[in-house]
Every structure is written in structure tokens, then in C-alpha cells.
Design a binder for this molecule. Structure first.
Ligand SMILES: Cc1cc2nc3c(=O)[nH]c(=O)nc-3n(C[C@H](O)[C@H](O)[C@H](O)COP(=O)(O)O)c2cc1C
Length: 351
């Protein structure tokens, strides 16, 4: 977080803080959640008693994500982060996901009454919120401990999702091939390419959303099997320089995050599970590369569901591994996405 608007020590003290102060702290953390193309498709409203998280349909990707699935996954990641921020202060979050069928963009309501001190693990997760970065490219050829992967799978289950670790060589190769097929189909789709270009600002841009050139390599790194990266630079040579390697790098441990159902509540769950897995990995020095290209093509998604995901609905492809990371990302200031319940901007950042 650039800086938290209110010192945590004051909010964690015995006196309950004003709801507005607490909301400022929670939102300053939540904005660091991952989101598709860094669209940050959320806004928050706060009252004295709680915080509501809303999906911002104006930031949905109409071409790549017409159903809003990836928007809801992104909001789910923000929800997990908001809950973790409350836990970091010793509050027990009470969460109601998609509480009002008449308001499908109201993702969740969060409130807090009880206090129980945060565990060391929760504090460690929370410190990773602003530090974790999406990786793009290959990994060092180091195995990850089976206990670590089991812990990630248990974490995903707690959020109502499944993390499939794809160990079968044939299945890994098939998933890589489907990802590459999707990537090239998307590149050939003019409407998709224009939409992606709108979320890939040029070097020197002052924008606080979209994927900046500091977040991806100028030349996509080969892995074996090869998982194609998104083409953020679109042939313009943007991106950071990395030494070119003669041999392909490891794709890392390949996983599929999936859910039993495929409704908005499942997507929010997948987002919560995603952020839990990313932060847990970050506490262990493990980075993640994300691929959603094959899940943006209905037929390829269905192929993955029936052949690689045991019939569960695939929500995101993750590759996990160790690597020295240099990626730098951006976020909109928390004050620009936090409103009073009546609709006014809340004045935060004065603490
Ligand atoms: C639903 C979803 C889909 C994503 N798909 C991709 C993807 O296909 N390729 C990629 O490089 N990153 C993908 N990302 C990662 C975002 O680009 C990343 O979270 C965003 O740029 C912010 O950067 P950060 O995670 O480093 O903070 C995805 C993230 C989410 C939540």
C-alpha cells in the first residue's frame, strides 16, 4: 500500500474506530487485489456499521468477459483482501455475498462486531497484500513442496473452490496447447485486440489502472510446455528487458482453479480462493502467473471442463514457482473508489 490513511495501531485499539476510518483502511488494502487487465472493477460504500463492495460494470470487458465472470472473480479477490484487512485489526468479518438479488452488482456486504486477535498467519498474509505481483514468463526449475500444494488446495476448499494440480504430463501439454490456441485466436480478433489495447497504457502513462509496461517482459519467455502470455505490447516493443535464454524455462506447477457451479456466487468464491492462494504463495516466496485466455473462448473452456477439470467449471489457470520478480503494477487511489452510503466521496487519507 502506498501508505495506509490511518495508522493500524489506532484502529486496533480498545475503542471502536469510526466506521469511515476503518473503511479507509480496508479499502486501501482491498484495491491491491489482482483483477483482469488490472481493470479494478470495483467501488465501495461505507456506513457507520459496514462496508459494501460493488462491481463497477463500467470497467467490465464487454468483448473478453461478456458475462462478467472475470469481473466477479476480481471482485472476489478484493473481498478476500477486505476481510483479511479486518482480520489484521482483530475484527471478525461477517460477510454476505450477493445479498440482494435485485442488485446483482452488489457483490458483498461486510460488517464486524466481534473481536478475536489475528493469528500470525493472517498477519503474514496481510503483509503480502501490496507486495505480491503477477509473474509473466518461466520459473526456476525448483520443485514446490507437496505440503505447500496441499495447503493451497485446502485453502481453496474453504472458499468453495477447487484447486486442481495438473501433474499428468499429457494434461499439462494439453492445457498449454489450449492456452496457446486461445491466445492466437484472441490476437486475431480485432475487437478483442482493441479492447486489450485500451487496458495496456504506453510507457510514460500516468494512468493508475491497466497493465503498465513495467509489469511484463518485452519478449515473452518460452517455457516447456509453452504457456503463451497475453500480448499486452501488441508488437510495439514495450515491456521490461530480460536476458534471453537458450533453453526454455520451467512453466512451474500448473494448476486449475475451478468451482462446482458456474454462477456469479461461484465466481466470487473463485476470486476469494485466488487471492488466498496468491497471498499464501507469496508468504512462501512463491510467485504465480495467471492465464485466462482459454477460459474466454467458450469451446476451449468446455474442453478444459470435460477433459482436464473433472467436470468442474474452470475459472483460472495458475502456474506457481520461484523466480526473482521485477514486475511493478499500479492502482487507483483508495479515495477514488470509496463513497459514503449516500453516494458522496469519503474523505480518507487525512490520518
Ligand atoms: C480474473 C483474472 C484474470 C487474469 N488473467 C490474466 C491473464 O490472462 N494473463 C496475465 O498475464 N494476467 C492475468 N491476470 C492478472 C492481472 O493482469 C493482474 O492481477 C493485474 O494486472 C494487476 O497486477 P498485479 O496482480 O501484479 O497486482 C488476471 C487476473 C484476474 C483476477
Amino acid at each position: 500500500m502506498d501508505s495506509l490513511p490511518v495508522p493500524a495501531a489506532r484502529l486496533a485499539g480498545p475503542q471502536p474506530p469510526a466506521g469511515v476510518e476503518l473503511a479507509g483502511y480496508v479499502v486501501a488494502a482491498a484495491v491491491w487485489a489482482p483483477s483482469v487487465h488490472n481493470t479494478q472493477p470495483w467501488w465501495f460504500s461505507a456506513s457507520g456499521h459496514g462496508i459494501s463492495l460493488h462491481a463497477d460494470a463500467g470497467r467490465q470487458l464487454p468483448v473478453a468477459d461478456p458475462r462478467g465472470r472475470e469481473m466477479m472473480i476480481s471482485c472476489g479477490a478484493a473481498l478476500f483482501t477486505a476481510r483479511l484487512a479486518l482480520r489484521s485489526l482483530g475484527y471478525v468479518p461477517e460477510t454476505s455475498v450477493l445479498p440482494d438479488p435485485a442488485q446483482p452488482l452488489l457483490v458483498a456486504r461486510l460488517s464486524w462486531r466481534q473481536r478475536v486477535a489475528a493469528t500470525g498467519f493472517e498477519q503474514r498474509l496481510f503483509t503480502q497484500v501490496p507486495l505480491r505481483r503477477t509473474h509473466r514468463g518461466g520459473f526456476d526449475p525448483l520443485p514446490l513442496a507437496p505440503e505447500f500444494l496441499t495447503a493451497l488446495q485446502e485453502g481453496a476448499r474453504r472458499d468453495g473452490a477447487v484447486l486442481h494440480v495438473i501433474t499428468d504430463e499429457g494434461h499439462r501439454a494439453a492445457l498449454a496447447a489450449v492456452t496457446e490456441t486461445a491466445e492466437y485466436a484472441l490476437r486475431a480478433d480485432g475487437m478483442y485486440a482493441r479492447e486489450l489495447a485500451g487496458w495496456a497504457p504506453p510507457p510514460g502513462s500516468a494512468r493508475r489502472d491497466g497493465v503498465p509496461h513495467t509489469a511484463y517482459p518485452a519478449r515473452g519467455e518460452r517455457t516447456f510446455p509453452h504457456f503463451a502470455d497475453r500480448d499486452f505490447a501488441h508488437g510495439r516493443g514495450w515491456g521490461t528487458a530480460r536476458p534471453s535464454l537458450a533453453v526454455p524455462r520451467s512453466p512451474g506447477v500448473v494448476c486449475l482453479l475451478a468451482t462446482a457451479g458456474d454462477r456469479p456466487a461461484d465466481w466470487v468464491n473463485a476470486g476469494q480462493a485466488l487471492q488466498r492462494a496468491l497471498l499464501t504463495s507469496a508468504t512462501c516466496g512463491v510467485a504465480a502467473a495467471l492465464h485466462s485466455q482459454p477460459l474466454e473462448r467458450a469451446r476451449l473452456r468446455e474442453f478444459i471442463r470435460t477433459h482436464l477439470s473433472d467436470g468442474s467449471h474452470p475459472q483460472l489457470v495458475l502456474r506457481l514457482g520461484t523466480v526473482i520478480q521485477t514486475a511493478v503494477s499500479v492502482r487507483r487511489p483508495p479515495a477514488s473508489v470509496l463513497f459514503a452510503s449516500g453516494g458522496e466521496h469519503l474523505r480518507i487519507g487525512q490520518g
